[in-house]
Design a protein around this ligand. Structure first.
Ligand code: NAD
Length: 375
């Protein structure tokens, strides 16, 4: 018999609706140990709440998160709100005695991330943070290949997440373009946790960082006929050094809102003296592996549809965003129930705090135009 998990969503925008979609097709998973039910949504904007009327299980529609948290029927809360609200709402979730699935970046800055992680520990709640791209079959395969340690001495690693819609100067500004709501870390908070998830899970923790941060359009249309200031970092290239098996290895993390032609490209490349692996969501079913024998070759493999949790989807079909998002939720709820059974888990609070340490050091590096050591 499967365990139940009664879910509430705080923040019914882009990501809140993705969660409703994932939970509504839970039956595609084969024998998952947990049966979730989406019972509640909270959003101050009525039209956002009303959208959830199409989900038959949702019974509670709250304008204030305290109302949702007062419900004894909710076990787990997913928080997907602007970054300036993460800390207070996540702390309120934990104090209400519920478990937390927090959207990245897990607080607007390092101080907020530390406060959420500390509360999770003290209140003994199960807490994880969202990062779904490593759950693509190619991300999983790259992680497995790197974990097996058969790549020889590592030469270098590149990990990135690239967007391009900000190339259009007429794209309206929203809360993600302003430091007071998105955070001073800007694009690093938007895209960074997806990029560091696998390297951090492999134990590759940066010792130092040299950051190149860029801002482009200082203002954009505000959607109401005027202009709004845009003051967050748009593109970030972080040159880091990581100690791996006694050698320092360069890892370059790239997070960009202005990368020509890249709508939502997450990639990982790990190169060693004996082998290598490359994966990009631009070719979602394709994995490249490097082989060195008498001749050197890159081998292209069509991976098909094999996530950590088996589904009814045919093994030769192509995976997409909703699939890796469902796999991430499957991992979150399985781990919460103690049933992850060696599979890849979601970002831990410690990893989220480490990402903020890296991004805070990157801000310092940019300001000082110097490499900064993470203490
Ligand atoms: N994992 C991913 O791939 C991914 C993608 C995009 C965004 N995100 C993250 O998800 C979070 C939300 O981003 P989004 O794109 O869904 O933003 P969004 O603007 O589409 O939605 C945010 C929602 O929060 C609501 N809100 C504002 N104040 C609130 C409050 N006090 N209580 C409850 N709800 C409130 C807003 O009305 C809005 O509906 C952010 O942390 C963002 O970084 C994650």
């Amino acid at each position: 018999m499967s365990l139940s998990a009664r879910i509430g969503i705080i923040g019914g925008g882009l990501m809140g609706r993705q969660v409703a979609s994932a939970l509504s097709r839970w039956f595609v998973l084969d024998n998952h140990p947990v049966q979730p039910e989406l019972l509640a949504v909270c959003d101050p904007v009525e039209s956002r709440r009303e959208w959830f009327r199409r989900v038959p299980t949702v019974k509670l529609f709250a304008a204030d998160h305290h109302e949702l948290l007062a419900s004894p029927e909710i076990d787990v809360v997913y928080v997907a709100v602007p970054h300036n609200l993460h800390e207070q709402i996540c702390l309120d979730v934990l104090k209400s005695g519920k478990d937390l699935f927090a959207e990245k970046p897990f607080g607007i800055d390092l101080k907020a991330a530390r406060a959420i992680a500390e509360a999770a520990k003290n209140l003994k709640r199960f807490v994880r943070c969202s990062s779904e791209f490593p759950f693509f079959p190619g991300g999983q395969r790259a992680f497995k290949i790197a974990s097996e340690g058969k790549l020889g001495r590592l030469l270098e690693v590149r990990a990135g997440f690239l967007h391009s819609s900000d190339l259009d100067p007429d794209k309206p500004a929203n809360w993600k373009r302003q430091a007071k709501t998105c955070g001073e870390i800007g694009v690093m908070g938007d895209l960074g946790l997806h990029v560091v998830h696998i390297p951090f899970r492999l134990g590759w923790k940066p010792k130092h960082v040299y950051a190149q941060l860029q801002k482009f359009y200082p203002q954009r249309p505000d959607g109401m006929g005027g202009l709004a200031p845009c003051d967050t970092w748009d593109n970030a290239t972080l040159h880091t050094g990581v100690e791996i098996e006694g050698h320092e290895v360069p890892i370059r993390f790239e997070m960009k809102r202005l990368a020509p032609g890249e709508t939502n490209t997450w990639f990982l490349e790990i190169l060693g003296t004996d082998g290598g692996v490359k994966y990009s969501t631009k070719e979602p079913k394709t994995l490249w592996t490097f082989q060195r024998s008498r001749e050197q070759s890159w081998l292209r493999t069509d991976l098909g549809f094999h996530g950590p949790f088996t589904t009814i989807t045919g093994g030769i079909f192509e995976p997409g965003f909703p699939d890796c998002f469902l796999q991430m939720w499957a991992a979150f709820l399985a781990e919460r129930a103690g049933k992850l059974e060696g599979r890849f888990g979601c970002v831990t609070p410690e990893e989220a705090v480490l990402s903020h340490r890296l991004f805070a050091a990157a801000l310092r590096s940019q300001a000082e135009q110097n490499a900064v050591f993470l203490d």
